[in-house]
Write a protein that binds this ligand. Sequence first.
Ligand code: CMC
Length: 452
Amino acid sequence: MSYEYLIFGQQNINFAPIQFKGMAEQAKIVLEGKEYEYPVITGTENEKAIDISKLRGETGYVTLDIGFKNTAATSSAITYLDGEQGLLRHRGYSIEDLADKASFTEVVYLILYGELPNEAQYKEFNAQLRDHTLVNEGLDSMFKAFPTGAHPMGQLMSMISALGLFYPKSLDPNREDDAVNRTVIRLLAKMPTICAMISKKGHGHPVVFPRNDLDYVTNYLNMTFGQVSMLDYEPDPVIVSAMNKLLILHADHEQNCSASTVRVVGSSQSNLYSSVASGVAALWGPLHGGANQKVLEMLEMIMEDGGDVQKYLDKAKDKSDNFRLMGFGHRVYKNFDPRARIIKKTCDEVLNKLGVNDPVLEIAKKLETAALTDPYFVERKLYPNVDFYSGIIYRAMGFPTEFFTVLFALGRLPGWIAQWQELRGEKQPISRPRQVYTGETARPFVFMKDRA
Ligand code: CMC
């Protein structure tokens, strides 16, 4: 099976058919004395999986894996992550190289289309994005309906969902013309405008229109921190560079909670806007992207409580206490999250260059040092994750704490879209897990008058 996407009207990019390195091994399973064999498949980085897709049909059994801790829900060619070694690569390129050498829009292109763009492709891609930065004024009136203090992530989810309503003719994910690609470009182009509108509306300030002479990141910063009357606003290059890096570091992370949500929703052939809006909903939770907000709130709480990091480490270790060390631990990384390493370095650079002396950085460093030598965290392989230091940079840039997860979403958008496109391109079936029922067995209805 092979498939291809039409990209920006001109060019077809072929996506490699799914290939596994070998299917020689078999896994044997014995059920009720009968032996069944299932193929062992190997990915391009030698990850092994037992393909149990025929299990229920052949045996009547299902597998139980709450939280999908051992289940690959799909094959994917977008992102490779080795949690034991702390490796992250997009389409084969290391996150370190991309964060150091690429622009965010180059990485968006790479993630979406599989290859780094050449100069002509990059120019064309940016031109396409610039063509679609404005949003319909009808969206503006939606902001009037939000109560004061509405969380930015709730607003973002609603706005992305509403955006789709303005393009009813291009919602069908099965259309074979350029409509799906136009939807992809529209969403990417309008996301910074919507995120900036949420900031401006939150402050009660007039929105700043997109400036199409600026690159993606600078335009976003201009719409967020510029003012209508100051068209010559120039963001500090340190901030532009850090924002570029932060967006790259969030661009995709294989089958995480929000990407899986986007895939599950997309698998019902729901449109891209609603699939991405559901990804935003999943990201908002504090165990996922919402952790960046919670980390900063935690650091402030520790600081206001006198800075005793040991007290909070003890709370995190106490199973009778709900407190968790936010920004620590990861389902897949059992080593340093490579994104966290880059962010920590960037954090130091940004704060130094901007001359910001943020006392929460000291608390964060103390907490990290203490946790990394504490047997509880060492035994469980709990390391700082991407959210641990990012909030300190966002704060230095001038973003309010409640806005941090929106910045995660802005960066993650290409990943969600690529995961959705891959699913659609491979014509994957609807996601519909099984369950092991543990409720009441069949019983007769009892009329109300006869109930105890
Ligand atoms: N503080 C204290 N204990 C922890 C923490 C933590 N942050 N994270 C995990 N543990 C303990 C957990 O209690 C469990 O201990 P035990 O084996 O004694 O029961 C063990 O470590 C394994 O944890 P788990 O909860 O079973 O692991 P998981 O894979 O289900 O959860 C996690 C992963 C990220 C949800 C979790 O580590 C966590 O809640 N971290 C804090 C929230 C956070 O920072 N989230 C951002 C994740 S990175 C950004 C993203 O991509 O989403």
